[in-house]
Design a binder for this molecule. Structure first.
Ligand code: PLP
Length: 455
């Protein structure tokens, strides 16, 4: 298609620069053009239908054709298509959504602040920490600790907190003041013979050592995803968050839960924070908040965070931060409708039920010669692919095996995504048992074909 003049593919190559894409590879291979969506499926411009096992970007929790969201957006567009909430202006959808989110929060939260993307929400969290540090007369308490493999987005600050090489290499990142500690990836990072409990204790000890080396008076916060998605769906071992939280509490360091993937049902509870017993001071939310039908994100802050910031805004005259589209009335209306659907359709119960079915099916695939590990919770999971289960090695180049498998999945009508050699599954929360079975059967076929191809 890309060689046909004026095709969408040809015009794409000519004019569109894509995020997260090898720009030269795009020129030779052309894009996959998705044209429509229905339930958990999307269809390309050649009529091929794919089961979207990633919900797009871990994000279209209600699938691709929820009419109630379209109606909510249309109603709001007709009534008030845009207004802002700067300088003491407000509107109903922003107020309703802020109230709803504060009430939904699993730990006491004081206020919601609205942004447009996960990266912006995380960036805003750091700016609030910095502002607060000045407000409290401790301007040196500004460093942030995140984790290797963690994903927090791509703005300059969010990318600095992200712990993946692609987001740092050739960007000259991370910025100074952004520190990384080890990932809770037991299967990959445990030392020979180390138990899960010992591994957790080691990660907590390493965190404490980092804090002491830097000086606790210089560390503002620790940020982490309840389940680390972009690093390969890393589900922390039992007791991990409790051990980390104890260290943070000891040195008066705040916790930011990045709920951008986990929030709104993905792990079987409304928030990953609940699934893992975290006690965050700030929570960043996006993606499933509108099923990604509108760009939208939010930051929840507790009173410990809010009060000094409020006082400082009073001293200076304003809190000099905000985005034109933050709290957009159409996005807020879609978010409110999304939350209504999650509650009315009892989607948390559904995720518990259909998620257990998916996890059991994926766990059964660990018998396959290429599957080194299955990990997951709720409706998020990964299969870690290896060529040698003993040494946990893949092909020569990390990610090559995962890349072959993801391409086979696509050829078999399933859009998955490989993070290196981890093949991820994060289907829309409306997926049925039968659709899970279909996804698993296609996955098995793709793994068999991968094994045949690599010999
Ligand atoms: N945080 C997490 C956990 C994410 O997975 C992502 C995106 O995948 C982000 C933040 C960044 O969100 P956005 O791409 O909307 O900036």
């Amino acid at each position: 298609m890309k060689d046909i003049p004026n095709s969408t593919e040809a015009r794409d190559i000519k004019n569109l620069m894509h995020p997260y894409t090898n720009a030269r590879k795009l020129e030779t291979e052309g894009p996959l053009v998705i044209e429509s969506g229905e339930g958990i499926y999307v269809t390309d411009n050649n009529g091929n239908r794919y089961l979207e096992a990633m919900s797009g970007l871990w994000s279209a929790g209600l699938g691709f054709s929820e009419k109630r969201l379209v109606a909510a957006a249309t109603r709001q567009m007709e009534k008030l298509p845009f207004y802002h909430i700067f300088s003491m202006r407000s509107h109903g959808p922003a107020v309703d959504l802020a109230e709803k989110l504060v009430n939904l929060a699993p730990v006491p939260m004081s206020k919601a602040f609205f942004t447009n993307s996960g990266s912006e929400a995380n960036d805003t969290a750091v700016k609030m920490l910095w502002y607060r540090a000045h407000a409290l007369g401790t301007p040196e308490k500004k460093k942030v600790i995140s984790r290797l493999r963690g994903y927090h987005g791509v703005t300059v600050v969010a990318a600095s907190m992200t712990g993946l090489p692609y987001n740092h290499t050739s960007f000259g990142l991370p910025l100074p003041g952004f520190l990384h500690t080890g990932s809770p990836h037991y299967w990959r990072d445990a030392e020979p013979g180390e138990s899960e409990a010992d591994f957790v204790a080691r990660r907590a000890r390493e965190l404490e050592e980092l804090i002491l080396a830097e000086g606790p008076e210089t560390i503002a916060a620790f940020i982490g995803e309840p389940v680390n998605g972009g690093g390969g769906v890393i589900v922390p071992p039992q007791g991990y968050w409790q051990a980390i939280q104890a260290v943070l509490d000891k040195y008066d360091i705040l916790l930011i839960a990045d709920e951008v993937i986990c929030g709104f049902g993905r792990t079987g509870n409304m928030f990953g924070t609940e699934t893992f017993g975290m006690k965050p001071d700030m929570m960043t939310l996006s993606k499933q908040i509108t099923s990604s039908y509108q760009p939208f994100s939010a930051l929840l802050v507790n009173e410990r965070v809010f009060a000094p910031i409020a006082d400082e805004s009073n001293r200076i005259g304003t809190f000099g931060h905000g985005y034109t589209g933050g709290g957009h009335p159409v996005g807020a209306a879609v978010a409110l409708e999304t939350l209504r659907i999650i509650e009315e359709d009892k989607l948390l119960d559904h995720v518990g039920d259909v998620g257990a079915h998916m996890q059991a099916g994926l766990a059964a695939l660990t018998g396959h010669p290429l599957v080194g590990e299955h990990r997951g919770v709720g409706l998020i999971a990964a299969l870690e692919l290896v060529t040698d289960k003993e040494t946990k090695a893949g092909l020569d180049k990390p990610g090559a095996l995962g890349g072959i498998a993801a391409a086979k999945m696509q050829a078999n009508g399933v859009i998955s995504r490989n993070m290196n050699d981890a093949l991820a599954f994060c289907p829309p929360m409306i997926i049925t048992h039968a659709e899970v079975d279909d996804m698993l059967a296609r996955t098995k076929r793709s793994l068999d074909e991968t094994a045949a191809e690599i010999g």
